[in-house]
Design a protein around this ligand. Structure first.
Ligand code: HEC
Ligand code: HEC
Length: 341
């Protein structure tokens, strides 16, 4: 069959189109492959920036022993450490709530309200300073603070030592552990030793860091890339605990002076210690004033660039994350929680 001129042209065009199409298709799969590689490369590169929690540092003057840890745990859970024997450390640092207490600010003795969110004791032994404003330098120093705090346990320490000396079981245990009688110093040491065992390091993310590629979802991996990149979280939440142990004003509205209380420097107004991030699934609400109920709210806050408070850190800026990116970042933060202790 003979083709007319226009038919020939159309046929040729169709053949040419087909060939071009093949090229384009081929090109497309190539492009898809490359973007997949870019993705995998970005994930591998981000992963390099993270570290496992590592070994708990133990101070030379307070070595660990099973008996000391057990004594510390008993003290941590004993309401007799408070003025009217109703409040223990566990009241505000509840193992079922990630060693935190689930309310924005915590109620201590006779329901008196403090002004700050109960910090989790999870991984606290890794910190280089304690409390939201870093006012204690060691866990040993920290432990005696809440006992005397009038809105927490409201107990005079000298009276407490007298009271504990009247408990035969404590007398024996202190003797065995410290070869000494009950003193403030030994009390603090036992509690601190127990706190150093409150560690969360078996999270899906830690499993992933250790080499199990399947331990976290693709979405969480994308969140990890954002955390280390576009969302800029790692400038402050870096290192093994995901805290730089420094103080920043991230732009939370309110009148808590934060670090200024300790340093008396105006530039430190509203600065708080960067919290570690493992166990977030259990430790809500978040921030020094407990203003966010969910991890999603925290991420939205960072995405909008904080409340733009007067002394806000220049590291906090609008992030322009899409809804999908916010979700991925949340999935990553969720992968930082293992089973409850
Ligand atoms: C009434 C509630 C309450 C009680 C009781 C309480 N705490 Fe706390 N704890 C808090 C709050 C709130 C903070 C944060 C306070 C701040 O930063 O000013 C905190 C902070 C801490 C921290 C600091 C963690 C960190 O990351 O810096 C440790 C450790 C701690 N408490 C241990 C204890 C121990 C030990 C006891 C018992 C002797 C105790 N707490 C009793 C509410 C309480
Ligand atoms: C400039 C340093 C800085 C940057 C950047 C930063 N953070 Fe924070 N983060 C902090 C400080 C400081 C706090 C405590 C602030 C407060 O309570 O006022 C905090 C608190 C948090 C909390 C609450 C933890 C708790 O236990 O209450 C989460 C979750 C968190 N940050 C995640 C992130 C994520 C995700 C990013 C990135 C989008 C990010 N942070 C970026 C310093 C920073």
């Amino acid at each position: 069959m003979e083709m007319k001129g226009w038919e020939k042209r159309v046929t040729l065009l169709a053949i040419a189109g087909g060939i071009a199409g093949l090229f384009i298709l081929g090109g497309c799969t190539d492009a898809a492959k490359t973007s997949k590689n870019v993705d995998a490369d970005a994930i591998a590169e981000a992963k390099q920036k993270f570290q496992p929690l590592g070994k708990m540092p133990i101070p030379k003057n307070n070595s660990m022993s099973p008996e000391k840890i057990a004594l510390g745990e008993t003290l941590f859970k004993d309401p007799r450490l408070s003025g009217n024997n109703t409040v223990s450390c566990m009241t505000c640092h509840n193992p079922g709530l990630g060693f935190s207490n689930g309310t924005p600010v915590s109620a201590g003795i006779e329901g008196k309200l403090g002004t700050r969110n109960s910090l989790s004791v999870l991984n606290a032994g890794y910190h280089t300073s304690f409390f939201w404003d870093g006012r204690a330098k060691t866990l040993e120093e920290q432990a005696l603070g809440p006992i005397e705090n009038p809105v927490e346990m409201d107990q005079n320490l000298d009276e407490l030592i007298k009271e504990l000396k009247g408990v035969a079981d404590y007398q024996q245990k202190f003797k065995k552990v410290f070869n000494d009688e009950i003193t403030k110093d030994n009390l603090a040491k036992a509690i601190a030793a127990y706190e150093r065992t409150i560690v969360m390091d078996k999270t899906p993310f830690d499993d992933y860091l250790a080499g199990n590629e399947e331990a976290i979802s693709k979405e969480a991996k994308q969140g990890m890339v954002l955390f280390a990149g576009k969302a800029n979280c790692m400038v402050c939440h870096g290192g093994p605990t995901l805290s730089d142990n420094q103080f920043h004003n991230i732009g939370i509205s309110g009148d808590d002076p934060g670090l200024l209380n300790v340093t008396k420097k105006d530039e430190d107004r509203g600065k708080f210690r960067t919290p570690q991030l493992r166990g977030l699934m259990y430790t809500a609400p978040f921030m020094h004033n407990g203003q966010f109920k969910t991890i999603n709210e925290v991420v939205s806050f960072y995405n909008k660039g904080g409340d733009k408070t007067p002394n806000q850190s220049e590291l906090i800026k609008p992030l322009n994350l899409t809804k999908e990116e916010e979700k991925a970042l949340v999935a990553f933060l969720e992968s930082l929680s293992g089973d409850k202790k």
